[in-house]
Design a binder for this molecule. Structure first.
Ligand code: NAP
Length: 538
């Protein structure tokens, strides 16, 4: 199991002791290890911090492990000391009972003094120190990007025979960069039996922090909530433990995610991971940030599918990649479900483990059907519906309503785009047409559907209805926007005595269909709804 490790900065002076509370907080939140960043600390403070770490207890009552790092400025730290002074401090940390020392590859390679000290301290089997306790972690960091010499750098880490664990860290500028960090595990395993931690820093590197345990990393970093981590992109300890359950991952864990740009705000990880946990499915669902470019979408999706040991089972797809997902599916020979084909966009890609081509779906359609079916009292189909908007959501809504025999009129800010949608969905007919927003007459419709972002957080005091248009009692109003839960449009509907359908019902309906595709199991509906509500803070 990967040890969740919280970095704690030990200051230069004893005056402020935030580290003491931070060690206690790390233990209380379920950390397994603390990394004391003693870049600027003196001997006394190092001893005090190690003692505080040894006194803290993990949730299971065992002692927290303590790693000591004195990172030089040239490797991204704050330490300006020379080799002799650093050797003295490391020796002191060993004497105080540190469990691990993290020492930079470059320091070991370039300083005879450090090399000699390391050889003296860690001269047992696989990096065990003379006193049989502490172990060496040898680390390499690159804050500029993927090292040009990545395979050679890995070899150099492996050449430090005294090291028990190896650590490779570099900055990821894209998800594809981060996948390279994951691929390193397979390369290393073929060359060396010692555990490796391979991390990509930055927002794009989140996948490496979420899946380190799956790839057998001996430890992984986690930040305390509201405390800056020691490297860009570190995720909060409760998020790693509770949302992603990273300590339960193993080599067989299947990986899913949500592909979009941006995806940091998505509540889909909260929904699907809660579902996986409830049915005991060995899976993890993560954000997959992919730049808005078809070529990047193809390269990244191919890289996820090809990454050895990842077991990428598929993904939800959101803005701006829904059309890209359909194009990708067609070009790669995936089975395209009729709904995705008709709507011209997909929100789900499924890849089987047996290397079969996979499937491409648009589960928004099922989400819309489920949301309408859940209306109370039930809505008799076949009436007239007004759809506001002509983007991806509107296409799925028009398709679903047409399938359910509603007669649909599209109203869009840009009238030409509304007409285009009608053409793409079968052309003007009794059952489908488009009009200018100026011609919207509420009394003509039994159902109003908002498919624009109007009213969405943070612009919550906006409504998509044209000025002066009033909702009528008995009408059904469906807002696809789900944040906030009750939009201004739905508040207007409630005040008018109309029936309401919430965007969250659609979101959950489409997520349930995806869940079936990802797991082959029935979705735990209430658990997933609760997770969504909690993530939205409603
Ligand atoms: P999209 O493809 O970008 O289309 C947005 C549509 O809204 C366009 O027709 C656009 O009109 C119109 N629009 C944008 N801003 C407007 C404004 N200020 N006033 C009037 N019209 C405006 O987006 P989408 O994928 O269809 O998503 C639209 C919304 O649906 C999202 O914001 C989301 O809240 C919701 N949605 C919900 C779910 C769910 O599961 N509940 C799923 C998907 C989407 P123009 O053509 O004039 O630009």
């Amino acid at each position: 199991m990967t040890r969740l490790t919280v970095p704690i900065f030990v200051p230069a002076h004893a005056a402020a002791r935030p580290w003491a509370e931070q060690i206690a907080a790390a233990a209380a939140l379920g950390a397994d290890m603390i990394e004391l960043r003693a870049d600027v600390a003196d001997k006394e403070l190092i001893a005090a911090a190690i003692n505080a770490g040894k006194a803290a207890r993990k949730l299971d009552g065992q002692q927290l492990l303590t790693m000591v790092t004195i990172r030089p400025r040239w490797e991204g730290g704050l330490c300006d000391l020379g080799d002799d002074d650093r050797v003295r401090l490391f020796e002191h940390a060993l004497g105080c009972g540190a469990d691990f020392l993290d020492i930079e590859l470059q320091a070991i390679e370039q300083s005879a003094r450090l090399r000699q000290a390391v050889a003296g301290w860690f001269n047992g089997q696989a990096g065990t120190s003379q006193n049989g306790c502490a172990q060496l972690v040898v680390s390499a960091h690159d804050f500029s990007g993927v090292p040009m010499d990545l395979p050679q750098r890995l070899r150099r880490l492996q050449a430090v025979s005294q090291a028990a664990w190896l650590k490779m860290v570099f900055l990821a500028r894209s998800l594809a960069d981060a996948i390279r960090a994951l691929e390193l595990y397979g390369v290393h395993a073929r060359q060396d039996a010692r555990p490796l931690l391979s991390l990509a820093m930055g927002e794009m590197g989140a996948i490496t922090r979420l899946l380190a345990g799956k790839f057998g990393a001996p430890y992984n970093f986690a930040a305390l909530p509201d405390v800056a981590g020691s490297a860009p992109g570190q995720l909060a300890l409760p998020v790693l433990r509770e949302t992603y359950r990273v300590q339960r991952h193993d080599a067989a864990t299947r990986v899913f995610g949500v592909a979009g740009w941006p995806v940091g705000h998505s509540i889909s990880p909260a929904i699907h991971n809660a579902g996986f946990a409830a049915v005991d499915f060995n899976g993890c669902y993560i954000p997959l940030p992919i730049e808005p470019d078809y070529r990047v979408f193809v390269q990244t999706t191919d890289a996820l599918r090809a990454c050895a040991g990842l077991h990428f089972g598929g993904c939800s797809v959101t803005i701006p990649h829904k059309e890209n997902a359909l194009r990708y599916a067609r070009e790669r020979g995936l089975t395209v479900e009729p709904g995705a084909d008709a709507v011209g966009a997909a929100n789900t890609l499924l890849f089987s483990q047996a290397n079969r081509p996979g499937r491409c779906l648009n589960t928004d359609i099922e989400g819309i059907r489920a949301a309408l079916a859940g209306a109370k009292p039930p809505v008799p189909a076949g009436q007239r519906a007004a759809v506001f908007g002509a983007g991806g959501a509107a296409r799925a809504v028009v398709y679903a309503l047409k399938e359910m025999n509603w007669r649909v009129t599209v109203f869009n800010r840009t009238a030409a785009r509304g007409a285009e949608l009608v053409q793409a969905m079968g052309g003007d007919s009794m059952a489908l047409g488009s009009k200018s927003l100026d011609d919207f007459k509420p009394a003509e419709f039994g159902l109003l559907v908002n498919c624009t972002p109007v009213g969405m957080h943070p612009n919550i005091n906006a409504s998509p209805l044209p000025e002066g248009a009033a909702i009528m009692p008995g009408q059904l109003v469906f807002d696809t926007v789900y944040n906030p839960h009750e939009t201004l449009l739905l508040r207007q509907a409630r005040a008018a005595g109309a029936k309401m359908i919430y965007g969250l019902d659609m979101l959950l309906g489409q997520a349930m269909e995806q869940f079936k595709g990802f797991t082959g199991m029935a979705p735990p509906v209430e658990v997933m709804r609760k997770a969504a509500e909690m993530a939205l803070g409603s």
